[in-house]
Design a protein around this ligand. Structure first.
Ligand SMILES: Cc1cc2nc3c(=O)[nH]c(=O)nc-3n(C[C@H](O)[C@H](O)[C@H](O)COP(=O)(O)OP(=O)(O)OC[C@H]3O[C@@H](n4cnc5c(N)ncnc54)[C@H](O)[C@@H]3O)c2cc1C
Length: 595
């Protein structure tokens, strides 16, 4: 049996409206069209599209993979047709600015769509995802002329975008970039260099590909402060965007890789390719960060989507597969054995996936709505608050959701036993596809350093204080609520672990930065566990208030999943705190020669 997928619309709506109050998003100036009925209709259509167009190409795309012949990359069969349908349906325009041909809907709506697309076909979803990031960077940092030229083409999907940072000698450390940009007599620049691992770097899905390339001007200061950002089109074009000559930016090779085989991962060679600077000289990283932050959230969504897909596949199998009898006596006497869903360990796996996935959904959608507040709320204080939450939690969402997403796909395979390892069921593909999200857009180790090194200290600790205050106030408000006591108590406990860990790092990192580096991944994990725990208690509270109604089944399951999370997953914060407080000596005193 091959895995299927049904978009979790009920849970999405629960999180978006009941938990986060998304029905008020149309009160924000500019989002008037985002009425609940409109969003509902969009989600239903997106679900249908993902299930019927993207999903059927997932396994075949993995088997066929991208091919390179004479600098031309061929994507798997069906991808072009699916991409065209995607554009015709207007999906590429969903959140783009109406001034440039977009529909101007809230980002948070596109997050739900992205989850469905990524769950059904991560490789195919990436082509449009990167274009959206490129559009954001040009919108934020490009000139008027650049916005007018590129954004309508991105909105209708006829052109696509890439993100060209990585070179052979540098991935994490972009200060080592060598690609050169030399000013030319036309007022533009000629770029020469080689980028590697460029997703969607070459393909025939769109009429043109616009590469966003980080490069160095001849007078650039060394390191990260000497990087500028350029738009380098695959094809040059005239003032009316009619395609002209091929720019010397070509695909030298595609990578053969572990997963996302339908996504073209390219070596891109530039040999005096014409490029146009975005923003100002040497300030390229600021513009690129707009794209990277969008891509980081997108990567967290990939993790969340992987978890959902793994869960659905695993539950279906666990109900169907019969092995052994229940420890507490026969449950299905009419069968030769009980379905494996009766066994505690199989339930542990299923509930672990479910609790992380639903919790990560809540955390991610929350921050997506905060980004909408940041974009449109007329109140400057509210915008600042929203920006603080989004900045603080972007590395957490990227790393925590991709880590738990990967773990979930692995558990999904485990639920299938040996059959999970066999390709035809599709479960092993999820593991291979999900693995990349922990690596690209800055490895999860680098996300942890961003959290500990930058975000914690930002604005004299304002971001973290604000976040702690929010959780503290919620706890104070619900502390006397007896029906929530069993949920609040573990949250209080783990929140205190997070605060202790924060204090420990603040105290010790100044004396020895290796303590911060050694603690960072554990710290991000505590951060993610507590944030998701906080979301769980809030979800349980709403579910308790609604469990007598017509949808009792949904709310009861929510409460029970929340209970599992608080009892079985959240307590990890205690061992993580112990590990942090043990310091980094055992790491750093290990002589290099002993490795
Ligand atoms: C399939 C795929 C698609 C990709 N798509 C794109 C793309 O579209 N555009 C693009 O520009 N790039 C892309 N990348 C590149 C990706 O972003 C990088 O691989 C990633 O950022 C890590 O860089 P690296 O591979 O050079 O690893 P390195 O930077 O060499 O890191 C190796 C290890 O060292 C650790 N490390 C490095 N520095 C530190 C430090 N200071 N402290 C602690 N640990 C450290 C890292 O966490 C990692 O574990 C893609 C990669 C892949 C595999």
């Amino acid at each position: 049996m091959s895995v299927t997928y049904k978009a979790p619309l009920r849970d999405m709506e629960f999180v978006y409206y009941e938990l986060l109050g998304g029905q008020d998003i149309n009160q924000l100036p500019g989002y008037e069209d985002a009425e609940p009925d409109t969003i509902k209709a969009i989600l239903e259509e997106a679900a249908k599209f993902a299930e019927t167009v993207f999903l059927p190409l997932n396994q075949s795309g993995d088997e066929q993979a991208c091919q390179l012949n004479d600098c031309v990359v061929t994507v798997p069969d069906g991808f072009k047709d699916a991409y065209d349908q995607f554009c015709e349906g207007g999906w590429t325009a969903l959140t783009e600015d109406p001034i440039y041909g977009g529909m101007g809907l809230p980002y948070s709506v596109s997050v739900m769509m992205s989850e469905m697309l990524s769950a059904t076909n991560q490789s195919l979803a990436m082509y449009a995802g990167l274009t959206h990031g490129a559009a954001k960077a040009i919108h934020a940092c490009g000139s008027d002329e650049q916005r007018k030229t590129y954004l309508p083409k991105f909105a209708d999907g006829s052109w696509s975008g890439t993100m060209c940072l990585t070179e052979a000698q540098c991935g994490t450390d972009l200060g080592l970039i060598q690609t050169k940009a030399i000013p030319n007599e036309k007022g533009s620049h000629n770029l020469t260099g080689t980028k590697i691992f460029i997703s969607a770097g070459e393909h025939e899905l769109t009429d043109n590909i616009i590469h966003l390339v980080l490069a160095r001007l001849p007078d650039a200061p060394p390191g990260i402060k000497g990087i500028s950002l350029f738009l380098v089109p695959k094809y040059l074009f005239d003032a009316d965007c009619n395609i002209g000559d091929r720019n010397p930016v070509t695909c030298g090779a595609i990578e053969h890789k572990m997963g996302i085989k339908g996504s073209a991962t390219c070596v891109i060679n530039m040999d005096d390719a014409e490029g146009y600077m975005i923003g100002t000289e040497h300030k390229g990283m600021q513009a690129m960060f707009v794209m990277m932050n969008s891509a980081r959230l997108g990567t967290g969504i990939q993790g969340l989507a992987a978890g959902e897909q793994a869960y659905q596949g695993a539950v279906e199998y666990a109900r169907d597969r019969v092995q052994m009898r229940s420890l507490t006596g026969v449950k299905y006497p009419d069968k030769k054995a009980d379905p494996i869903i009766v066994h505690p360990d199989v339930r542990r796996m299923l509930l672990t996936i479910r609790a992380y996935t639903e919790g990560c959904r809540a955390m991610t959608y929350w921050i997506a709505q905060e980004l909408d507040q940041f974009a449109k709320n007329p109140d400057a204080d509210r915008r600042e608050e929203a920006d603080d939450f989004a900045s603080l939690l972007t590395p957490v969402i990227k790393a925590f959701c991709s880590d738990t997403g990967f773990d979930s796909t692995n558990l999904g395979v485990q639920v299938y036993g040996g059959h999970g390892y066999i390709s035809e069921h599709g479960m092993e593909q999820f593991v291979r596809d999900a693995r990349i999200a922990q690596l690209y857009e800055g490895t999860n180790g680098i996300q942890a350093l961003d959290l500990v090194g930058r975000k914690m200290a930002m604005h004299n600790g304002r971001l973290v204080k604000r976040f702690f205050t929010k959780i503290g106030e919620f706890i104070a408000q619900e502390n006397q609520n007896e029906s929530l006591a069993e949920f609040i108590k573990p949250l209080v406990n783990s929140f205190s672990h997070l605060q202790q860990a924060t204090g420990w790092i603040a105290k010790h990192a100044a004396k020895n930065p290796d303590h911060a580096g050694g603690a960072s991944v554990d710290f991000l994990r505590i951060f993610g566990l507590v944030t998701v725990g906080y979301m769980w208690v809030r979800m349980v509270k709403i579910a308790q208030e609604n469990q007598q109604g017509s949808d009792a089944h949904f709310y009861k399951a929510k409460i029970k999943t929340g209970r599992f999370y608080m009892q079985k997953l959240l307590p990890q914060t205690s061992s993580l705190l112990a590990s942090i407080e043990a310091g980094s000596d055992s790491l750093m005193e290990f002589d290099e020669a002993y490795f």
